[in-house]
Design a protein around this ligand. Structure first.
Ligand SMILES: [Zn+2]
Ligand SMILES: [Zn+2]
Length: 371
């Protein structure tokens, strides 16, 4: 979600991104160039299969390694949205070809996307930039707005740039980008927990990757596309997209995202595919994104993981239960619940270098509230 190509300030052509996404095992990709959908006009929209795509590119694959995370996918759904880009307060317009002018105020941009039938995302809301490295601040400014569909909770670009403190840390972040991540910003989490008290407030995660090229003795990509694609991923739970027309499949994905049927994960070491969070009531099962009544309970919250992790179940924004394992079940009456999972850093030569846990999965919320 949220990549830039040569159609704006990215360094790879859309076709290279399609080829790499297929190799990385992505099932969908949302390209969001600044204020244009040129990639769509060039034919980079729809289903693509491996082979036949010029996936060769000069540099940028040095940092990737074949991992068990890579698995072949038969087809990739390439979606082309845009990032509407005023000076700050960037907004993703997905599922629409009618882009608003970036000179509109934030509310005008949101309304335009909504009226054109698109889905809008508040991008990198708490991006602060990095003065030391000359990176501007593009965070969201006006929170009095309404009508946006989604918020970018975990933004890879924001998180990664926050790790750049000086040259040594920048070198470390360049060599080991997945190691320096800290998860969504606490300000973003706090705001989200507040919003969840009022409404479902679905969130997603974004890469916001440009594959920026730098020259220091030789050309190098600071955070290459192949790496970004293997780190921060949005997992969407929806009906199978096989056989659907691209626009129908894209609509299905977007509806699932707006319903909160997704979770965000750092898939670099362990794939999060298979993570589930649900609440089983007397008559129905609630999924991520759902709001249900306490009277349908008692509710049994069920969290399952594909492999072991440290699961934190949060109730009303506060850590409530913590378990290391693959499962957590809890009987509850009411509350707003969401899940964060951490993983150990990987072993090196069979040894655990550090006991540090790093962020892995962030779920959408299940709200069990009256009224
Ligand atoms: Zn942006
Ligand atoms: Zn962007």
């Amino acid at each position: 979600m949220h990549l830039h190509s040569t159609c704006s300030d990215g360094t790879w052509q859309p076709g290279w991104l399609v080829g790499e996404a297929l190799r990385a095992g992505l099932e969908f990709l949302f390209l969001t160039d600044h204020d244009n959908i040129e990639a769509k006009e060039q034919g980079w929209y729809g289903w693509f299969e491996p082979g036949g795509i010029d996936g060769t590119h000069p540099i940028g694959r040095r940092l990737t390694r074949p991992t068990e995370a890579d698995f072949p996918v038969p087809r990739l759904l390439m979606c082309v949205g845009a990032e509407v880009t005023p000076k700050n307060s960037h907004y993703l317009a997905l599922g629409t070809d009618e882009l608003p002018s970036p000179f509109l105020p934030s509310q005008g941009i949101i309304d335009h996307v909504r009226h054109s039938g698109g889905v809008g995302v508040v991008a990198h809301p708490d991006h602060r930039g990095n003065r030391r490295f000359g990176i501007g601040s593009y965070g969201w400014r006006d929170w009095s707005v309404s009508g946006y569909d989604l918020v970018d909770l975990w933004d890879l670009m924001t998180d990664w740039q926050d790790a750049l403190h000086g040259l040594p840390s920048a070198y470390f972040a360049y060599r080991f980008p997945a190691w320096v991540l800290r998860g969504p910003k606490s300000a973003t989490l706090r705001r989200w927990d507040e919003q969840l008290r009022e409404r479902p407030a679905p969130v997603i995660g974004c890469c916001d990757n440009h594959g920026r090229l730098y020259r220091l003795f030789r050309d190098f990509h600071l955070l290459p596309y192949p790496v970004a694609m293997r780190i921060l991923r949005l997992h969407v739970l929806c009906e199978p997209l096989e056989g659907l027309e691209p626009a129908v499949a894209e609509g299905t994905l977007l509806r699932a995202m707006v319903a909160g049927r997704s979770f965000i994960a750092n898939d670099f070491w362990r794939r999060a595919k298979g993570f589930r969070f649900s609440a089983v009531g007397k008559k129905r099962t609630a999924l991520m994104g759902d709001t249900v009544s306490p009277s349908g309970g008692p509710w049994r919250l069920r969290i399952t993981l594909p492999t072991e992790g440290r699961i934190t179940l949060l109730r009303d924004g506060k850590p409530w239960r913590v378990v290391v394992g693959r499962k957590l079940e809890e009987r509850v009456d009411s509350g707003i619940f969401r899940v964060e999972v951490e993983q150990h850093l990987p072993r090196l030569f069979g040894r655990r270098l550090s006991n540090r846990y790093v962020p892995w999965i962030y779920s959408n919320a299940i709200r069990i509230v009256a009224g």
